[in-house]
Write a protein that binds this ligand. Structure first.
Ligand SMILES: [Zn+2]
Ligand SMILES: [Zn+2]
Length: 46
């Protein structure tokens, strides 16, 4: 688990979170603190 890198959604910002549901590394912009999941997962389950 030494891969720190870019957000796997926008690929522009540094990932600071990892989604438990899909395993993606995502940046703050693509992290939903309320749902505790990435925005891709949140969008799929409104
Ligand atoms: Zn992002
Ligand atoms: Zn996710």
């Amino acid at each position: 688990m030494s891969r720190t890198g870019l957000c796997q959604i926008c690929e522009a910002a540094t990932a600071s979170r990892a989604c438990d549901r899909c395993g993606r590394a995502v940046c703050d912009d693509h992290w939903d603190e309320t749902a505790r999941a990435c925005t891709a997962c949140v969008a799929g389950r409104r």
